[in-house]
Design a protein around this ligand. Structure first.
Ligand SMILES: Nc1ncnc2c1ncn2[C@@H]1O[C@H](COP(=O)(O)OP(=O)(O)O)[C@@H](O)[C@H]1O
Ligand SMILES: [Mg+2]
Length: 307
């Protein structure tokens, strides 16, 4: 049964926190940046509302969820979309069984009431109008006003907020007065090779070292050329590879490079294959040769100029 509470004479049905197995592996510095932003240093102090930025699939949602959990808090996730209306963020009316109107608190409002963490996921997808309803929550007032239920809701002192945003797929430009309330910015970048391997292992505990190593090397090579391939792609490739091996009655712990690349083609594009171990070495050699041909060309030019 969902929990119900009464607030200013209105009965609210609360949403449940998320309950998933999602820990953060590797760079604890990012967890600490979030903890610092949420910390209160004096009774006059207020928590900040950090904005987690980075490429899709790099680990933003995982980071926010894991940071909340490490503080022993319940984490409520609100998935923002283009169609999120201000009231969806706050309180929605529903028809209850006795044909009366009941009010359901969103995951954001439930977190505010219970003193949990709310993660507004993919906040850049949400329109300015919806963001506007959160302005008072993100400053000293720490409240929201639901027009539908006709009540003002104050955040519990333990309530914490953060937002994730994809750096490359902004649907709406978030207005300046909201951006200034969503600080500090926490940038999630590609993990290093050792962390990436640990992340793959954590998410794919049933995959062999040989396969995970090959995948981590591919990702590291791609990162070195700033390609957009992320750990989520790596996880999907390994999963798909192992499924196809299993389906064909083959040993799914063995690495078959050709078949691994076939799986890659289904997750990414053909161009991604050049970042696999041997292919990457060849690709780099070719680039070097190309560069030296280019230099020779210019040197020849200069030689002519001298005469
Ligand atoms: N540091 C990490 N520790 C554990 N898992 C991670 C880490 N970084 C990424 N992942 C995994 O990668 C996938 C994508 O992460 P996610 O948080 O959904 O990315 P984003 O929110 O940036 O799109 C998830 O399966 C997640 O478990
Ligand atoms: Mg996400």
């Amino acid at each position: 049964m969902p929990e119900k509470i009464e607030l200013s004479g209105v009965e609210l049905i609360l949403s449940e926190p998320a309950n998933v197995q999602m820990d953060w592996v590797g760079n604890d510095d990012l967890i600490n940046q979030l903890k610092a932003a949420w910390m209160i240093v004096d009774k006059e102090d207020l928590p900040l509302n950090p904005r987690i930025l980075g490429k899709p699939g790099i680990g933003k949602t995982t980071l926010a969820y894991a940071a909340g959990k490490r503080l022993q808090k319940d984490v409520y996730i609100f998935q923002c979309t283009m169609d999120t209306r201000p009231e969806d963020l706050l309180i929605s009316p529903v028809i209850a069984s006795d044909n009366k109107i009941a009010y359901v608190a969103s995951s954001l409002v439930s977190a505010m009431i219970k003193g949990g963490v709310c993660l507004l996921d993919e906040g850049n997808r949400m329109s300015e109008k919806s963001w506007a309803s959160l302005a008072p929550l993100m400053d000293k007032r720490r409240y929201v006003e639901s027009i539908i239920a006709g009540i003002r809701i104050y955040a519990h002192p333990e309530f914490r907020l953060c937002v994730t945003m994809n750096s490359d797929s902004s649907t709406y430009e978030i207005p300046e007065y909201i951006q200034s309330r969503l600080q500090p910015k926490i940038f999630v970048d590609f993990p290093n090779r050792a962390d990436e391997l640990e992340i793959l292992k954590y998410n794919l505990p049933f995959a062999s070292e040989e396969i995970l190593d090959y995948c981590a090397e591919f990702l590291e090579n791609a990162h070195s050329e700033d390609q957009p391939y992320v750990v989520r792609d790596g996880i999907n490739i390994v999963r798909y590879y192992m499924k196809t091996r299993e389906l064909n009655g083959k040993n799914k712990s063995r690495l078959n490079e050709k078949e691994f690349k076939d799986s890659m083609k289904h997750i990414l594009e053909d161009g991604a294959l050049r970042y696999c171990s041997e292919d990457f070495k060849k690709y780099q050699d070719e680039k070097l040769k190309e560069a030296s041909r280019h230099d020779d060309f210019y040197l020849d030019d200069e030689d002519e100029d001298m005469y």
